[in-house]
Design a protein around this ligand. Structure first.
Ligand SMILES: Nc1ncnc2c1ncn2[C@@H]1O[C@H](COP(=O)(O)OP(=O)(O)OP(=O)(O)O)[C@@H](O)[C@H]1O
Length: 507
């Protein structure tokens, strides 16, 4: 197959950060090509140079052997490139169809702009994803009323409606349910069969191995190699991405302290619109996992404990004292922290400096808004977290919005962990975080538990659940369906438990 895309020596500098430092990529039509590397290694920037949203300082892009001048998104479209970036471009007030049509050149017919034809194209693109929506295709619904996964699918459909030869998917699965991921993968496989080149960026290596043919790995803005995935083991790929895995801080994993002195969280009959009579007890020192198919009430349970859901019955007691489940501010004052996976909307002030974002939670608790935390201690605390989580940045004084996606998520996690909460609620915390930092986050979560904190973890990654949890509650339709003890918590067991509970599914 002949080369469709060739990028050579691509360089891009942002202020003090050399985001791309001579990146190369060569790919053919009819392949799914993974773009891998640690957070901040330059993947999104490379994608953006192809999509025309970032103009490189130097380097060359060739399409079909011809030098391509991509000075803006229009040039990219004209060359057949469509991209789905980490930040969605959905306009919430427009309908789903209007969003997909937005910016699509209406077809000209008999000298007139044919808006109807554009709408048909949008509908056809959305139709391919019909199974990813719950219920009927929401063509005429405002896109803002859809869930994050469905909005992501609309974004992919929008790219597809441009009928691209090169489709760039940057972390496009991060907010999708497993079932939606499968639908997306089927569409990507059809595109591959039709000769399209799909560039696929994800930190989920299981996805990469399931979908992609080859992978190009970036480190510090430079290409370190391209591999055939069928001939490459996971360990080898990880080594290529991060060098030798950094050893997480050397922390002995102590067995959970049973009884004496440990904090106890007791949840009794907790019920909301989406939760049914949930009861459990968890002690300080324990990591309680929440498993099952996604969307069975796991996030809702964490929100309820954080005072952000409407409780219709039940209660939660921390060391015998009823928890205020009525507002997040009161929950935070009671020592409860929620680390959300959806960094864009919760948990971060994008235009404020990185160091300030890292210390906001602790400032809130310690200074209660009356005394500003001293700038020097803010800087010191921020520096510690930046080092521990390997947050790649120019200066801690830069706005969070200048960080790569995964590094932004690290700031959200770091912010809460600095606060030494009594109860830590983690909602899919490592989505989009690279393998090296994941290990570091696991070590921090373990250390928090070892220090006596109660940890409740929801994760869409069964491997993560198996690795971190002492116990897992499997949820189904808002209720606790099964409890797995530490010895039984393996990835396979979690998958089979989740599937057994789903009607019509078989192993
Ligand atoms: N607009 C910007 N201003 C300043 N620095 C930026 C900007 N965009 C990216 N950077 C920096 O460039 C580097 C590369 O970022 P990029 O988003 O390409 O990384 P990535 O490999 O996609 O990371 P991730 O896996 O976290 O998404 C990072 O250090 C980031 O902080």
């Amino acid at each position: 197959m002949s080369t469709l895309l060739e990028m050579t020596g691509v360089r891009k500098r942002y202020g003090g950060v050399q985001a791309l430092d001579g990146a190369d990529l060569t790919a053919v039509g009819g392949e799914v090509h993974a773009l891998l590397g640690p957070n901040g290694s330059g993947k999104s920037t490379l994608d953006k140079t192809l999509a025309g949203t970032v103009v490189p300082d130097s380097g060359e892009i060739r399409i079909d052997g011809e030098a391509a001048r991509i000075g803006g998104p229009r040039d990219a479209h004209a060359l057949g490139v469509a991209a789905v970036h980490q930040q969605l471009s959905i306009v919430g007030d427009l309908t789903v169809t209007q969003n997909v049509v937005l910016g699509l050149e209406p077809v000209r017919r008999w000298g007139f702009l044919d808006h109807r034809a554009a709408r048909d194209r949008a509908a056809a693109a959305l139709e391919r994803f019909a199974a990813a929506f719950s219920g009927r295709l929401p063509l005429d619904r405002p896109a803002g009323t859809l869930g994050p996964g469905e909005q992501q699918i609309v974004e992919v459909a929008k790219a597809l409606a441009r009928e691209p030869r090169v489709l760039v998917l940057d972390e496009a699965t991060a907010s999708l349910h497993k079932e939606q991921v499968e639908v997306l993968f089927e569409v990507v496989r059809e595109l591959r069969a039709a000769g399209v080149l799909v560039l696929f960026t994800s930190h989920r290596l299981d996805e990469v191995f399931a979908l992609c043919d080859r992978a190009t790995v970036l480190r510090n803005g430079r290409t370190v190699g391209t591999v055939e995935l069928a001939a490459t083991g996971e360990d080898e790929l990880v080594r290529l991405m991060v060098g030798d895995l950094p050893h997480p801080a050397d922390l002995a994993v102590a067995p959970p302290p049973a009884g004496a002195g440990a904090a106890v969280l007791e949840v009794r009959g907790l019920t909301t619109d989406r939760l049914r009579d949930v009861s459990f007890t968890v002690r300080g020192g324990e990591v309680l996992g929440l498993g099952g198919l996604q969307g069975q009430g796991q996030s809702e349970l964490l929100l309820a404990l954080f005072g952000a859901a409407r409780i219709t019955a039940g209660e939660a007691l921390l060391d015998g004292e009823p928890l205020p489940l009525t507002s997040p501010a009161r929950a935070a004052r009671a020592g409860i922290a929620l680390v959300p996976g959806d960094r864009g909307r919760q948990g971060m002030f994008a235009s404020r400096p990185i160091q300030e974002n890292l210390s906001l939670a602790s400032m809130h608790r310690r200074a209660l808004g009356r005394f500003a935390l001293r700038a020097s201690s803010e800087r010191r605390a921020a520096r510690t977290m930046v080092d521990r989580l390997q947050i790649k940045l120019g200066s801690p004084a830069d706005p969070v919005s200048t960080l790569s996606g995964g590094n932004q998520q690290k700031v959200v996690i770091g912010k809460w962990l600095l606060d030494q909460p009594r109860v830590v609620l983690l909602d899919d915390p490592t989505k989009g975080v690279d393998v090296g930092a994941k290990e570091e986050i696991y070590a921090i979560v373990r250390a928090l538990a070892d220090d006596g904190a109660i940890v409740v973890l929801n994760s869409s990654d069964n491997r993560e659940l198996a690795e971190l949890s002492d116990r897992v509650l499997v949820l189904f339709e808002g209720a606790v369906a099964e409890e797995l003890a530490a010895a039984a918590v393996t990835e396979n067991r979690l998958v089979s438990s989740a599937l057994r509970l789903a009607p019509g599914e078989s192993l």
